[in-house]
Design a binder for this molecule. Structure first.
Ligand SMILES: Cc1cc2nc3c(=O)[nH]c(=O)nc-3n(C[C@H](O)[C@H](O)[C@H](O)COP(=O)(O)OP(=O)(O)OC[C@H]3O[C@@H](n4cnc5c(N)ncnc54)[C@H](O)[C@@H]3O)c2cc1C
Length: 422
């Protein structure tokens, strides 16, 4: 019994081990299949990741810049510093000589200067003046410097001066293989942004200040940069013009800036938006002699000692000025970035093409440079953006940054630059 009990027990035990293979067999096949699938999926994912990484590492973009103003040339320099850029093409409708003959000032503030130094701008080799921590030069001088630097860059490039970008060139861009980034810097009156398919809608912001400008041209003088003069809290007595300005006591007055070269002298008068009798009179009354007198007296009182005073007859003949105060406004282009899938092209507007003031002279800050400071990051996103999500992400980044430049300027710009006593 014991034996039979034992023998009965053993086979049962052995049966339990051998026979239920019917249940184990399918599960091990499933395991094998599962394993195979996992191996295949892992292999696929690894190969894809490797392939994507190689593709991403090798991804290059052709950069087309329209306009060789200070912002367009800075954009070329930014593109040349990027490992992601395979080729740069620059279109400029003016020929070199005319392009470099632009006389007005351009200002770089303490935030723009480190950025420009980082991309290779050597301020020690640019003729201009330092005033506090800002650098001022003539636009033509800055452009000439950048053009010379650009000639020496190693990235393959085509510099097409004297070539106006037209609709015909958009076809040329379409035929370039691979991804393209078109940076439109054709200035405040350019048409290329529209040609490239961006909307022409603008929104205007008030900068909460009134201003007037004047320019004195002395053709007999050489174009030597002169130190800037700056005075704050000025009030003018307009009783001779029938306005009681005694109420102005204690109110914030005008800031005056005299700048430019010995040949072209400029003056800027600026005051925070308010409705004092003085400001109201200068805004509403169109009396050219009143404004001429104000500018002439300002110049003669605050000019540098080595300069000649302005005479009545000179001012009458050769001084150009705003006949009354106007409100400073910033125009912001609403659409500054787009992506066109059929031609695999990003388009972005920069500089005055993206935002500009109704007032240029002597604002002490060039917000075009501020806009372009986000270009290096955008350039690193553009070549590798392969999915709809990453393309949107790159566009959102650029658009948000462009918006921020305007918001910051409207909020702090004039207070930080024009009214500060640096
Ligand atoms: C009178 C005046 C005084 C100023 N004073 C100051 C100042 O004191 N401080 C300061 O910071 N800024 C000042 N500015 C502003 C400053 O000059 C501009 O902000 C700056 O020039 C803008 O640069 P940009 O490259 O965007 O455009 P722009 O300098 O206008 O350059 C645009 C370029 O695009 C080219 N272009 C246009 N259309 C085409 C096309 N279809 N194809 C090819 N090329 C094209 C034009 O020929 C031009 O060279 C002043 C401007 C003026 C007019």
């Amino acid at each position: 019994m014991n034996g039979s009990d034992d023998s009965g027990a053993v086979p049962r035990a052995s049966n339990m081990c051998d026979s239920p293979d019917y249940g184990a067999l399918p599960s091990s096949t499933a395991m094998q299949q599962l394993l195979l699938t996992v191996v295949m999926v892992t292999g696929f994912v690894c190969t894809k990741t490797l392939f994507d990484n190689i593709r991403r590492r090798q991804a290059r973009v052709t950069v087309v810049v329209i306009g060789a103003g200070p912002i367009g040339l800075t954009a070329v320099l930014v593109a040349a510093r990027s490992r992601r850029v395979g080729k740069i093409i620059l279109f400029e409708e003016m020929f070199r000589k005319v392009l470099l003959n632009r006389q007005h000032q351009i200002a770089f503030d303490h935030k723009s200067i480190p950025f420009l130094k980082k991309i290779g701008v050597d301020f020690d080799n640019i003729e201009g003046c330092w005033e506090g921590d800002c650098f001022y030069t003539r636009v033509g001088i800055f452009q000439e410097y950048l053009l010379d630097v650009i000639q020496r860059i190693r990235t393959p490039k085509e510099i097409r001066l004297g070539t106006k970008f037209t609709r015909e060139h958009t076809k040329e861009i379409e035929y370039i293989p691979g991804r393209k980034l078109v940076i439109v810097c054709d200035g405040a009156n350019g048409q290329a942004v529209r040609t490239m398919g961006l909307s022409d809608e603008f929104v205007q912001h008030t900068c909460k200040a009134y201003a007037a400008v004047a320019a004195v041209d002395r053709p007999e003088q050489h174009n030597v940069p002169m130190p800037e003069r700056r005075v704050h809290n000025l009030h003018f007595d307009l009783t001779a013009y029938g306005t009681d300005t005694s109420e102005c006591d204690g109110l914030t007055g005008f800031s005056l800036k005299i700048f430019g070269s010995s040949k072209s002298r400029y003056m800027t008068l600026i005051v925070p938006k308010c409705e004092s009798p003085l400001v109201k009179t200068l805004r509403v009354v169109l009396d050219r002699s009143m404004m001429r007198n104000i500018f002439m007296k300002c110049f003669n009182t605050y000019k540098s000692t080595s300069e000649h005073s302005l005479s009545d007859s000179f001012a009458l003949k050769l001084m150009k000025f705003s006949p009354r105060l106007f409100e400073i406004k910033l125009s912001q282009r609403l659409e500054t970035v787009a992506y066109f899938e059929d031609s695999d092209t990003f388009v972005v507007a920069e500089g005055d093409a993206a935002r500009c003031y109704n007032f240029h002279t002597g604002l002490d800050v060039n917000i075009g440079i501020k806009g372009i400071m986000t270009l290096p990051n955008f350039l690193s996103m553009v070549p590798t953006a392969m999915t709809e999500h990453s393309i949107m992400k790159a566009m959102m980044y650029k658009s948000r940054q462009a918006d921020q430049v305007c918001k910051d300027f409207v909020k702090n710009g004039l207070r930080d630059y024009m009214f500060s006593k640096h």
